[in-house]
Design a binder for this molecule. Structure first.
Ligand SMILES: [Zn+2]
Length: 505
Protein backbone atom coordinates (compact mmCIF):
# COMPACT_ATOMS: atom_id res chain seq x y z
CA UNK A 1 0.00 0.00 0.00
CA UNK A 2 1.46 3.31 -1.10
CA UNK A 3 1.88 6.23 1.31
CA UNK A 4 -0.66 8.17 -0.73
CA UNK A 5 -3.38 5.55 -0.17
CA UNK A 6 -2.51 5.29 3.53
CA UNK A 7 -2.93 9.04 3.72
CA UNK A 8 -6.35 8.87 1.99
CA UNK A 9 -7.51 6.34 4.58
CA UNK A 10 -6.31 8.53 7.45
CA UNK A 11 -8.14 11.56 6.06
CA UNK A 12 -11.20 9.68 4.86
CA UNK A 13 -12.48 8.02 7.99
CA UNK A 14 -12.85 11.06 10.30
CA UNK A 15 -14.47 12.98 7.42
CA UNK A 16 -17.01 10.25 6.71
CA UNK A 17 -17.73 9.85 10.43
CA UNK A 18 -18.45 13.53 10.89
CA UNK A 19 -20.60 13.69 7.76
CA UNK A 20 -22.54 10.58 8.74
CA UNK A 21 -23.08 11.86 12.29
CA UNK A 22 -24.45 15.17 11.00
CA UNK A 23 -26.79 13.37 8.59
CA UNK A 24 -28.01 11.10 11.39
CA UNK A 25 -28.59 14.02 13.77
CA UNK A 26 -30.78 15.93 11.32
CA UNK A 27 -32.58 12.84 9.98
CA UNK A 28 -33.40 11.56 13.46
CA UNK A 29 -34.67 14.98 14.56
CA UNK A 30 -31.85 15.59 17.08
CA UNK A 31 -30.76 18.76 15.30
CA UNK A 32 -32.60 21.34 13.22
CA UNK A 33 -29.79 22.32 10.87
CA UNK A 34 -26.93 20.75 9.04
CA UNK A 35 -23.82 22.74 8.24
CA UNK A 36 -22.33 20.75 5.38
CA UNK A 37 -20.07 23.56 4.29
CA UNK A 38 -18.15 23.70 7.56
CA UNK A 39 -17.74 19.91 7.55
CA UNK A 40 -16.30 20.12 4.03
CA UNK A 41 -14.08 23.02 5.15
CA UNK A 42 -12.75 21.18 8.22
CA UNK A 43 -11.92 18.14 6.09
CA UNK A 44 -10.79 19.99 2.98
CA UNK A 45 -7.69 17.78 2.70
CA UNK A 46 -9.85 14.63 2.34
CA UNK A 47 -11.37 15.98 -0.90
CA UNK A 48 -8.48 18.10 -2.12
CA UNK A 49 -7.16 18.04 -5.68
CA UNK A 50 -4.09 16.25 -4.28
CA UNK A 51 -6.25 13.53 -2.76
CA UNK A 52 -8.04 12.98 -6.07
CA UNK A 53 -4.75 12.94 -7.97
CA UNK A 54 -3.28 10.41 -5.53
CA UNK A 55 -6.26 8.09 -5.90
CA UNK A 56 -6.17 8.42 -9.68
CA UNK A 57 -2.47 7.69 -9.78
CA UNK A 58 -2.77 4.63 -7.52
CA UNK A 59 -5.63 3.29 -9.63
CA UNK A 60 -3.68 3.77 -12.87
CA UNK A 61 -0.35 2.39 -11.67
CA UNK A 62 -1.29 -0.54 -9.39
CA UNK A 63 -1.13 -4.08 -10.80
CA UNK A 64 -4.48 -5.54 -11.93
CA UNK A 65 -5.85 -7.60 -10.39
CA UNK A 66 -4.47 -7.10 -6.90
CA UNK A 67 -5.73 -6.08 -3.49
CA UNK A 68 -3.91 -2.79 -3.90
CA UNK A 69 -5.75 -2.10 -7.14
CA UNK A 70 -9.03 -3.02 -5.46
CA UNK A 71 -8.35 -0.53 -2.66
CA UNK A 72 -7.30 2.12 -5.16
CA UNK A 73 -10.50 1.62 -7.18
CA UNK A 74 -12.75 2.00 -4.13
CA UNK A 75 -10.89 5.11 -2.97
CA UNK A 76 -11.00 6.64 -6.46
CA UNK A 77 -14.73 5.97 -6.77
CA UNK A 78 -15.23 7.73 -3.42
CA UNK A 79 -13.04 10.65 -4.46
CA UNK A 80 -14.92 11.14 -7.73
CA UNK A 81 -18.29 11.03 -6.00
CA UNK A 82 -17.07 13.40 -3.27
CA UNK A 83 -15.60 15.89 -5.74
CA UNK A 84 -18.74 15.86 -7.87
CA UNK A 85 -20.87 16.38 -4.73
CA UNK A 86 -18.68 19.31 -3.64
CA UNK A 87 -18.76 20.90 -7.10
CA UNK A 88 -22.53 20.62 -7.34
CA UNK A 89 -23.28 21.50 -3.70
CA UNK A 90 -24.93 24.80 -4.77
CA UNK A 91 -27.40 22.88 -6.94
CA UNK A 92 -28.07 20.34 -4.22
CA UNK A 93 -28.80 23.11 -1.73
CA UNK A 94 -31.18 24.75 -4.21
CA UNK A 95 -32.91 21.43 -4.77
CA UNK A 96 -33.31 20.74 -1.03
CA UNK A 97 -34.53 24.28 -0.46
CA UNK A 98 -37.03 23.95 -3.30
CA UNK A 99 -38.37 20.64 -1.99
CA UNK A 100 -38.85 22.09 1.49
CA UNK A 101 -40.75 25.17 0.30
CA UNK A 102 -42.48 24.33 -3.02
CA UNK A 103 -46.27 24.51 -3.05
CA UNK A 104 -48.62 23.00 -5.63
CA UNK A 105 -51.62 25.06 -6.69
CA UNK A 106 -54.65 23.16 -7.95
CA UNK A 107 -57.03 24.52 -10.63
CA UNK A 108 -59.62 25.25 -7.92
CA UNK A 109 -57.07 27.38 -6.03
CA UNK A 110 -56.24 24.89 -3.24
CA UNK A 111 -52.57 24.76 -2.22
CA UNK A 112 -50.70 21.59 -1.18
CA UNK A 113 -47.04 21.47 -0.04
CA UNK A 114 -44.94 19.57 -2.59
CA UNK A 115 -43.62 17.22 0.14
CA UNK A 116 -47.18 16.07 0.93
CA UNK A 117 -48.20 15.46 -2.68
CA UNK A 118 -47.24 11.77 -2.95
CA UNK A 119 -49.02 10.95 0.32
CA UNK A 120 -52.15 12.91 -0.65
CA UNK A 121 -52.25 11.18 -4.05
CA UNK A 122 -51.82 7.71 -2.56
CA UNK A 123 -54.47 8.33 0.11
CA UNK A 124 -57.05 9.87 -2.17
CA UNK A 125 -59.92 7.53 -3.01
CA UNK A 126 -61.35 10.01 -5.54
CA UNK A 127 -59.71 9.33 -8.87
CA UNK A 128 -60.36 12.77 -10.35
CA UNK A 129 -58.70 14.31 -7.31
CA UNK A 130 -55.66 12.03 -7.73
CA UNK A 131 -55.26 12.93 -11.38
CA UNK A 132 -55.66 16.65 -10.71
CA UNK A 133 -53.10 16.58 -7.88
CA UNK A 134 -50.60 14.67 -9.97
CA UNK A 135 -51.04 16.91 -13.02
CA UNK A 136 -50.46 20.03 -10.91
CA UNK A 137 -47.45 18.39 -9.25
CA UNK A 138 -45.98 17.42 -12.62
CA UNK A 139 -46.35 20.92 -14.08
CA UNK A 140 -44.54 22.44 -11.11
CA UNK A 141 -41.77 19.82 -11.21
CA UNK A 142 -41.17 20.30 -14.94
CA UNK A 143 -41.01 24.06 -14.56
CA UNK A 144 -38.92 24.42 -11.39
CA UNK A 145 -37.18 21.21 -10.30
CA UNK A 146 -36.29 19.67 -13.66
CA UNK A 147 -33.89 22.49 -14.74
CA UNK A 148 -31.92 22.21 -11.47
CA UNK A 149 -31.64 18.41 -11.73
CA UNK A 150 -30.79 18.54 -15.40
CA UNK A 151 -27.92 20.95 -14.76
CA UNK A 152 -26.68 18.80 -11.89
CA UNK A 153 -26.50 15.67 -14.07
CA UNK A 154 -24.75 17.58 -16.86
CA UNK A 155 -22.15 18.96 -14.45
CA UNK A 156 -21.55 15.50 -12.95
CA UNK A 157 -20.93 14.07 -16.41
CA UNK A 158 -18.51 16.90 -17.21
CA UNK A 159 -16.58 16.41 -13.97
CA UNK A 160 -16.15 12.69 -14.67
CA UNK A 161 -15.27 13.30 -18.33
CA UNK A 162 -12.46 15.69 -17.33
CA UNK A 163 -10.80 12.92 -15.31
CA UNK A 164 -10.43 10.85 -18.44
CA UNK A 165 -10.72 7.47 -16.67
CA UNK A 166 -12.76 5.96 -19.54
CA UNK A 167 -14.09 7.01 -22.97
CA UNK A 168 -17.59 7.79 -21.68
CA UNK A 169 -19.49 8.53 -18.45
CA UNK A 170 -21.18 5.12 -18.57
CA UNK A 171 -17.88 3.30 -19.06
CA UNK A 172 -16.34 5.32 -16.22
CA UNK A 173 -19.08 4.12 -13.85
CA UNK A 174 -18.54 0.56 -15.05
CA UNK A 175 -14.77 0.74 -14.59
CA UNK A 176 -14.45 2.66 -11.34
CA UNK A 177 -17.76 1.96 -9.59
CA UNK A 178 -17.81 -1.70 -10.66
CA UNK A 179 -21.42 -1.58 -11.81
CA UNK A 180 -21.80 -3.66 -15.00
CA UNK A 181 -24.36 -1.30 -16.53
CA UNK A 182 -24.52 -2.59 -20.08
CA UNK A 183 -24.76 -6.28 -19.21
CA UNK A 184 -27.38 -5.39 -16.60
CA UNK A 185 -29.28 -3.46 -19.29
CA UNK A 186 -29.34 -6.54 -21.53
CA UNK A 187 -30.74 -8.55 -18.62
CA UNK A 188 -33.36 -5.86 -17.95
CA UNK A 189 -34.55 -5.93 -21.57
CA UNK A 190 -34.92 -9.71 -21.42
CA UNK A 191 -36.69 -9.54 -18.06
CA UNK A 192 -39.19 -6.97 -19.37
CA UNK A 193 -39.88 -9.18 -22.39
CA UNK A 194 -40.17 -12.41 -20.39
CA UNK A 195 -42.56 -11.03 -17.79
CA UNK A 196 -44.65 -8.80 -20.03
CA UNK A 197 -47.69 -11.11 -20.36
CA UNK A 198 -47.70 -12.05 -16.70
CA UNK A 199 -47.47 -8.40 -15.73
CA UNK A 200 -50.34 -7.30 -17.98
CA UNK A 201 -52.60 -10.04 -16.62
CA UNK A 202 -51.84 -9.40 -12.96
CA UNK A 203 -52.21 -5.66 -13.33
CA UNK A 204 -55.57 -5.89 -15.12
CA UNK A 205 -56.83 -8.08 -12.28
CA UNK A 206 -55.59 -5.82 -9.45
CA UNK A 207 -56.79 -2.62 -11.10
CA UNK A 208 -60.27 -4.01 -11.51
CA UNK A 209 -60.42 -5.55 -8.06
CA UNK A 210 -58.80 -2.76 -6.02
CA UNK A 211 -59.58 0.43 -7.91
CA UNK A 212 -62.26 -0.45 -10.49
CA UNK A 213 -60.15 0.94 -13.33
CA UNK A 214 -59.75 -0.18 -16.92
CA UNK A 215 -56.04 -0.99 -17.56
CA UNK A 216 -55.97 1.29 -20.63
CA UNK A 217 -56.77 4.29 -18.41
CA UNK A 218 -54.32 3.58 -15.58
CA UNK A 219 -52.01 6.48 -14.70
CA UNK A 220 -49.00 6.60 -12.42
CA UNK A 221 -51.06 8.16 -9.64
CA UNK A 222 -53.33 5.08 -9.71
CA UNK A 223 -50.18 3.02 -9.13
CA UNK A 224 -49.52 4.97 -5.93
CA UNK A 225 -53.06 4.31 -4.76
CA UNK A 226 -52.71 0.60 -5.58
CA UNK A 227 -49.45 0.31 -3.64
CA UNK A 228 -51.08 1.99 -0.62
CA UNK A 229 -53.58 -0.85 -0.08
CA UNK A 230 -54.23 -1.07 3.67
CA UNK A 231 -56.17 -4.34 3.48
CA UNK A 232 -53.69 -6.32 5.58
CA UNK A 233 -52.55 -3.66 8.02
CA UNK A 234 -54.35 -5.24 11.01
CA UNK A 235 -52.04 -8.28 10.76
CA UNK A 236 -49.02 -6.00 11.19
CA UNK A 237 -49.55 -3.99 14.40
CA UNK A 238 -46.94 -1.38 15.31
CA UNK A 239 -46.89 -2.70 18.87
CA UNK A 240 -45.34 -6.01 17.72
CA UNK A 241 -43.01 -4.60 15.08
CA UNK A 242 -39.66 -4.20 16.83
CA UNK A 243 -40.17 -7.20 19.12
CA UNK A 244 -40.93 -9.58 16.23
CA UNK A 245 -37.92 -8.49 14.15
CA UNK A 246 -35.57 -8.72 17.15
CA UNK A 247 -36.94 -12.16 18.01
CA UNK A 248 -36.33 -13.44 14.50
CA UNK A 249 -32.75 -12.14 14.46
CA UNK A 250 -32.11 -13.85 17.81
CA UNK A 251 -33.63 -17.09 16.57
CA UNK A 252 -31.17 -17.16 13.68
CA UNK A 253 -28.32 -16.96 16.17
CA UNK A 254 -27.44 -13.28 15.83
CA UNK A 255 -27.52 -10.42 18.32
CA UNK A 256 -30.09 -7.84 17.10
CA UNK A 257 -27.74 -5.14 18.45
CA UNK A 258 -24.56 -6.71 17.02
CA UNK A 259 -22.69 -6.68 20.36
CA UNK A 260 -24.06 -3.31 21.38
CA UNK A 261 -23.21 -1.63 18.08
CA UNK A 262 -26.76 -0.98 16.86
CA UNK A 263 -29.24 1.45 18.40
CA UNK A 264 -32.91 0.99 17.38
CA UNK A 265 -34.67 4.33 17.24
CA UNK A 266 -38.34 3.54 16.62
CA UNK A 267 -39.83 6.24 18.85
CA UNK A 268 -42.00 9.08 17.62
CA UNK A 269 -40.08 12.36 17.58
CA UNK A 270 -40.87 15.80 16.20
CA UNK A 271 -38.58 16.55 13.26
CA UNK A 272 -37.73 12.89 12.57
CA UNK A 273 -37.69 12.17 8.85
CA UNK A 274 -40.64 10.09 7.68
CA UNK A 275 -38.47 7.88 5.49
CA UNK A 276 -36.53 5.27 7.49
CA UNK A 277 -32.75 5.08 7.25
CA UNK A 278 -29.69 3.43 8.74
CA UNK A 279 -26.74 5.62 9.72
CA UNK A 280 -23.39 4.00 10.37
CA UNK A 281 -21.68 6.77 12.33
CA UNK A 282 -18.63 4.68 13.28
CA UNK A 283 -18.19 1.32 11.55
CA UNK A 284 -18.76 -1.14 13.15
CA UNK A 285 -19.09 0.44 16.62
CA UNK A 286 -21.95 2.94 16.29
CA UNK A 287 -24.89 2.30 13.98
CA UNK A 288 -28.34 3.92 14.19
CA UNK A 289 -31.48 2.39 12.76
CA UNK A 290 -34.05 5.16 12.51
CA UNK A 291 -37.69 4.55 11.63
CA UNK A 292 -40.83 6.58 12.20
CA UNK A 293 -43.61 3.99 12.10
CA UNK A 294 -46.79 4.93 10.20
CA UNK A 295 -48.56 1.61 10.83
CA UNK A 296 -49.11 -1.49 8.71
CA UNK A 297 -47.19 -3.94 6.58
CA UNK A 298 -44.93 -1.29 5.03
CA UNK A 299 -43.36 -0.57 8.44
CA UNK A 300 -42.52 -4.23 8.87
CA UNK A 301 -40.88 -4.42 5.50
CA UNK A 302 -38.99 -1.18 6.19
CA UNK A 303 -37.71 -2.28 9.60
CA UNK A 304 -36.54 -5.62 8.16
CA UNK A 305 -34.76 -3.76 5.35
CA UNK A 306 -32.99 -1.33 7.68
CA UNK A 307 -32.15 -4.16 10.11
CA UNK A 308 -30.33 -5.90 7.25
CA UNK A 309 -28.23 -2.77 6.68
CA UNK A 310 -27.65 -2.30 10.42
CA UNK A 311 -26.50 -5.91 10.96
CA UNK A 312 -24.16 -5.53 8.01
CA UNK A 313 -22.51 -2.36 9.35
CA UNK A 314 -22.59 -3.56 12.98
CA UNK A 315 -20.88 -6.88 12.20
CA UNK A 316 -18.18 -5.64 9.80
CA UNK A 317 -14.73 -6.75 10.93
CA UNK A 318 -13.18 -3.71 12.63
CA UNK A 319 -9.72 -4.71 11.36
CA UNK A 320 -10.64 -4.10 7.71
CA UNK A 321 -9.24 -0.91 6.19
CA UNK A 322 -11.43 2.18 5.79
CA UNK A 323 -12.39 1.54 2.16
CA UNK A 324 -13.75 -1.98 2.77
CA UNK A 325 -15.82 -0.83 5.76
CA UNK A 326 -17.11 2.50 4.38
CA UNK A 327 -16.98 2.31 0.58
CA UNK A 328 -17.49 -0.24 -2.19
CA UNK A 329 -20.43 -1.69 -4.11
CA UNK A 330 -23.66 -0.68 -2.36
CA UNK A 331 -25.45 -3.51 -4.17
CA UNK A 332 -23.97 -5.61 -1.35
CA UNK A 333 -25.46 -3.77 1.62
CA UNK A 334 -28.74 -3.34 -0.30
CA UNK A 335 -28.61 -7.10 -0.94
CA UNK A 336 -28.44 -7.87 2.81
CA UNK A 337 -31.25 -5.36 3.43
CA UNK A 338 -33.38 -7.09 0.78
CA UNK A 339 -32.51 -10.55 2.12
CA UNK A 340 -34.28 -9.49 5.33
CA UNK A 341 -37.14 -7.46 3.79
CA UNK A 342 -38.00 -10.35 1.46
CA UNK A 343 -39.11 -12.36 4.49
CA UNK A 344 -42.36 -10.45 3.90
CA UNK A 345 -42.76 -12.79 0.90
CA UNK A 346 -41.98 -15.93 2.93
CA UNK A 347 -45.10 -17.84 4.02
CA UNK A 348 -43.27 -19.62 6.86
CA UNK A 349 -41.83 -16.39 8.22
CA UNK A 350 -45.22 -14.64 8.05
CA UNK A 351 -46.91 -17.53 9.85
CA UNK A 352 -44.35 -17.48 12.66
CA UNK A 353 -44.00 -13.74 13.28
CA UNK A 354 -47.32 -12.22 12.20
CA UNK A 355 -51.02 -12.92 12.59
CA UNK A 356 -51.62 -13.75 8.91
CA UNK A 357 -53.28 -17.13 8.30
CA UNK A 358 -55.22 -19.15 5.75
CA UNK A 359 -56.97 -17.32 2.92
CA UNK A 360 -55.68 -13.93 4.10
CA UNK A 361 -52.13 -15.19 3.93
CA UNK A 362 -52.64 -16.53 0.39
CA UNK A 363 -54.19 -13.27 -0.75
CA UNK A 364 -51.37 -11.31 0.87
CA UNK A 365 -48.75 -13.42 -0.93
CA UNK A 366 -50.48 -13.00 -4.30
CA UNK A 367 -50.57 -9.23 -3.76
CA UNK A 368 -46.91 -9.19 -2.79
CA UNK A 369 -46.02 -11.15 -5.93
CA UNK A 370 -47.82 -8.60 -8.10
CA UNK A 371 -46.17 -5.61 -6.46
CA UNK A 372 -42.75 -7.28 -6.57
CA UNK A 373 -43.13 -7.69 -10.32
CA UNK A 374 -44.30 -4.09 -10.77
CA UNK A 375 -41.36 -2.75 -8.74
CA UNK A 376 -38.82 -4.85 -10.62
CA UNK A 377 -40.22 -3.79 -13.98
CA UNK A 378 -40.16 -0.14 -12.90
CA UNK A 379 -36.51 -0.40 -11.86
CA UNK A 380 -35.53 -2.17 -15.09
CA UNK A 381 -37.17 0.62 -17.09
CA UNK A 382 -35.54 3.25 -14.90
CA UNK A 383 -32.08 1.83 -15.52
CA UNK A 384 -32.67 1.61 -19.28
CA UNK A 385 -33.95 5.18 -19.32
CA UNK A 386 -31.06 6.48 -17.19
CA UNK A 387 -28.66 4.91 -19.70
CA UNK A 388 -30.49 6.92 -22.40
CA UNK A 389 -30.24 10.06 -20.28
CA UNK A 390 -26.51 9.74 -19.60
CA UNK A 391 -25.56 8.22 -22.96
CA UNK A 392 -25.08 9.97 -26.27
CA UNK A 393 -27.67 8.27 -28.45
CA UNK A 394 -30.91 10.01 -27.55
CA UNK A 395 -31.01 13.76 -28.35
CA UNK A 396 -31.67 15.89 -25.26
CA UNK A 397 -34.94 17.17 -26.75
CA UNK A 398 -36.32 13.61 -26.87
CA UNK A 399 -35.30 12.62 -23.34
CA UNK A 400 -38.59 13.49 -21.56
CA UNK A 401 -40.65 11.55 -24.12
CA UNK A 402 -38.26 8.60 -23.85
CA UNK A 403 -38.73 8.59 -20.08
CA UNK A 404 -42.52 8.51 -20.39
CA UNK A 405 -42.43 5.77 -23.06
CA UNK A 406 -40.06 3.45 -21.23
CA UNK A 407 -41.73 3.75 -17.83
CA UNK A 408 -45.31 3.56 -19.15
CA UNK A 409 -44.54 0.53 -21.30
CA UNK A 410 -42.84 -1.37 -18.44
CA UNK A 411 -45.24 -0.58 -15.62
CA UNK A 412 -48.59 -0.45 -17.44
CA UNK A 413 -49.22 2.96 -15.85
CA UNK A 414 -49.11 6.17 -17.90
CA UNK A 415 -46.06 8.21 -16.84
CA UNK A 416 -45.64 11.90 -17.62
CA UNK A 417 -42.56 13.41 -19.34
CA UNK A 418 -42.67 16.01 -16.55
CA UNK A 419 -40.80 13.62 -14.24
CA UNK A 420 -37.92 12.84 -16.62
CA UNK A 421 -35.33 14.55 -14.41
CA UNK A 422 -36.98 14.30 -10.99
CA UNK A 423 -37.39 10.50 -11.11
CA UNK A 424 -33.68 9.73 -11.56
CA UNK A 425 -31.33 8.09 -9.07
CA UNK A 426 -27.91 9.76 -9.18
CA UNK A 427 -25.00 7.57 -10.30
CA UNK A 428 -27.25 4.72 -11.46
CA UNK A 429 -28.32 3.68 -7.96
CA UNK A 430 -31.23 1.84 -9.63
CA UNK A 431 -28.59 -0.57 -10.93
CA UNK A 432 -27.41 -1.24 -7.36
CA UNK A 433 -30.98 -2.08 -6.34
CA UNK A 434 -31.40 -4.43 -9.28
CA UNK A 435 -28.19 -6.25 -8.40
CA UNK A 436 -29.25 -6.34 -4.75
CA UNK A 437 -32.53 -7.98 -5.79
CA UNK A 438 -30.58 -10.62 -7.68
CA UNK A 439 -28.09 -11.07 -4.83
CA UNK A 440 -30.73 -11.61 -2.13
CA UNK A 441 -32.25 -14.39 -4.27
CA UNK A 442 -28.86 -16.13 -4.52
CA UNK A 443 -28.24 -15.74 -0.78
CA UNK A 444 -31.72 -16.96 0.19
CA UNK A 445 -31.34 -20.11 -1.90
CA UNK A 446 -27.86 -20.73 -0.52
CA UNK A 447 -29.19 -20.31 3.03
CA UNK A 448 -32.05 -22.68 2.21
CA UNK A 449 -29.62 -25.30 0.88
CA UNK A 450 -27.43 -25.06 3.96
CA UNK A 451 -29.99 -24.51 6.71
CA UNK A 452 -33.42 -25.47 5.25
CA UNK A 453 -36.42 -23.37 4.27
CA UNK A 454 -36.71 -21.83 7.73
CA UNK A 455 -33.07 -20.74 7.83
CA UNK A 456 -34.25 -17.48 9.34
CA UNK A 457 -34.85 -19.31 12.64
CA UNK A 458 -31.93 -21.72 12.47
CA UNK A 459 -29.33 -20.76 15.12
CA UNK A 460 -26.50 -21.84 12.79
CA UNK A 461 -27.60 -19.66 9.87
CA UNK A 462 -26.89 -16.28 11.47
CA UNK A 463 -23.28 -17.07 12.46
CA UNK A 464 -22.60 -18.36 8.92
CA UNK A 465 -24.08 -15.20 7.41
CA UNK A 466 -22.11 -13.03 9.83
CA UNK A 467 -18.73 -14.72 9.39
CA UNK A 468 -18.73 -15.42 5.68
CA UNK A 469 -20.61 -12.33 4.47
CA UNK A 470 -21.45 -9.47 6.82
CA UNK A 471 -17.96 -9.30 8.39
CA UNK A 472 -16.37 -8.75 4.97
CA UNK A 473 -17.88 -5.29 4.49
CA UNK A 474 -17.99 -4.30 0.82
CA UNK A 475 -14.56 -5.51 -0.20
CA UNK A 476 -16.12 -7.60 -2.97
CA UNK A 477 -18.73 -6.62 -5.54
CA UNK A 478 -22.17 -8.28 -5.46
CA UNK A 479 -21.18 -10.40 -8.47
CA UNK A 480 -17.95 -11.61 -6.84
CA UNK A 481 -19.78 -12.41 -3.65
CA UNK A 482 -22.45 -14.54 -5.38
CA UNK A 483 -19.66 -16.47 -7.07
CA UNK A 484 -17.69 -17.01 -3.87
CA UNK A 485 -20.50 -18.19 -1.59
CA UNK A 486 -22.83 -19.88 -4.09
CA UNK A 487 -20.81 -20.40 -7.30
CA UNK A 488 -23.57 -18.61 -9.19
CA UNK A 489 -23.95 -15.60 -11.46
CA UNK A 490 -26.41 -12.86 -10.63
CA UNK A 491 -29.56 -13.11 -12.75
CA UNK A 492 -33.30 -12.43 -12.78
CA UNK A 493 -34.20 -16.12 -13.21
CA UNK A 494 -34.73 -16.91 -9.48
CA UNK A 495 -36.78 -13.72 -9.09
CA UNK A 496 -39.14 -14.73 -11.90
CA UNK A 497 -39.51 -18.20 -10.33
CA UNK A 498 -40.28 -16.65 -6.94
CA UNK A 499 -42.91 -14.29 -8.38
CA UNK A 500 -44.58 -17.14 -10.30
CA UNK A 501 -44.80 -19.11 -7.07
CA UNK A 502 -46.22 -16.16 -5.12
CA UNK A 503 -48.97 -15.33 -7.58
CA UNK A 504 -50.09 -18.98 -7.55
CA UNK A 505 -50.44 -18.96 -3.74
ZN1 LIG B 1 -31.46 0.15 1.58
Amino acid sequence: MSDALAQLRRLGEPFMEELSRAMWMIGAGHSREIDLRSIYARHAAALSDDALAAALDAWRTSTRPSEEHRSARLLLDWQIEGHAARETADLEERELGWEASAVITLPDGRRVPYQRAAIEIANSTDRRERLALDAARGTLVARELAPIRRERFEREREIVAELDVAPSYIEAIEEVSALPLRSLATQCEAFLRDTSDMSRELLAHSLKRELGINPDDAARSDGLALARSAEFDVAFPSSDLERAVRRQIEEMGLDPEANGHIVYDTAEREGKRSRAFCSPVRIPEEVYLVIRPHGGATDWQTLLHEAGHALHFGYIDSRLPFEFRWLGDNSVTEGYAMLFDHRMQDAGWLRRYTGLRGADLSRFLRNVGGSELRMLRRYCAKLLYELDLHGNEVPASQIPARYADRLSEATGFRYSPDDAYADVDPRFYAGRYLQAWQLQAVLASELTERFNEDWWRNPHAGPWLRDSLLAEGQRETAGELAKRVASRDLSFAPLIAAIEQLVES
